[in-house]
Design a protein. Structure first.
Length: 231
């Protein structure tokens, strides 16, 4: 079975050391770790471990909705954004996806898990690995490609290259024109929040924005990801 993220526990067992003694380079997690404020909040919430978690994630959804100026019905919480990536092909009945690479391998894994297929447009070294926006637009407009959705990570992981809001909206509008979904993974958008489309979902019903608490906030163990989209 595929394991998401680094397995420091197995590595520690193999090397006869403690997991906290391992410096983990297997995933791009903030090396500063969680903030002291986050740790204080976690300690204050330890009473809740005796109960099952709120299946509606009511308070978190409301907080995120307030943050982005949307209705709580526009926010879906997942067991990390990886769970949401895994479920989207089934939820949207996706048969063929265009992946803008290089990219997170789990986009393709999610598609193939549900019997879908993938095609790719790749950023190139000569362009300093900027996402090839014209190629994306051409594929969206090509009816022979029969693409249901585009998976796009912005800023890109692993290249760190970014499309600005104007470029992204071109892609979103083109996708809508041709009846395609845009799955926009904003895992690292906190570095350039002004380019986020999280607050634009009301105008773009086929835009799904993925974000998480994992990488930037250094909280992979909590498994909190979320999707912002039209209800």
């Amino acid at each position: 079975m595929h394991t998401h993220g680094g397995n420091i526990y197995q590595a520690a067992r193999e090397r006869g050391c403690q997991p906290q003694d391992i410096l983990d380079f297997s995933a791009s997690i903030n090396p500063l770790g969680p903030s002291l404020r986050a740790i204080r909040i976690l300690r204050q919430g330890l009473w809740a471990v005796r109960h099952y978690p709120d299946p509606d994630a009511h308070d978190l959804r409301r907080a995120l909705a307030t943050q982005f100026g949307v209705d709580p019905s526009c926010v879906l919480i997942g067991n990390g954004s990886s769970e949401l990536i895994c479920l989207l092909p089934a939820a949207l009945s996706l048969k063929r996806a265009l992946i803008v690479g290089p990219a997170f391998s789990e986009y393709a894994r999610a598609m193939t898990q549900w019997g879908g297929q993938c095609s790719y447009v790749q950023a190139e070294r000569r362009d300093q690995y900027r996402p090839p926006i014209q190629k994306i637009l051409d594929c969206l407009g090509d009816h022979r490609a029969a693409v249901d959705a585009v998976f796009l990570c912005n800023p890109n992981s692993p290249t760190a290259q970014i499309l600005n809001r104007h470029e992204l909206l071109q892609v979103v509008q083109c996708a809508a024109k041709h009846g395609r979904w845009i799955v926009l993974d904003e895992t690292f958008i906190e570095f350039c929040e002004e380019e986020s489309l999280s607050q634009d979902i009301a105008q773009h019903p086929r835009l799904l924005v993925l974000r998480s608490f994992t990488k930037f906030y250094g909280l992979p163990g909590l498994r909190i990801g979320y999707l912002v989209s039209h209800p």
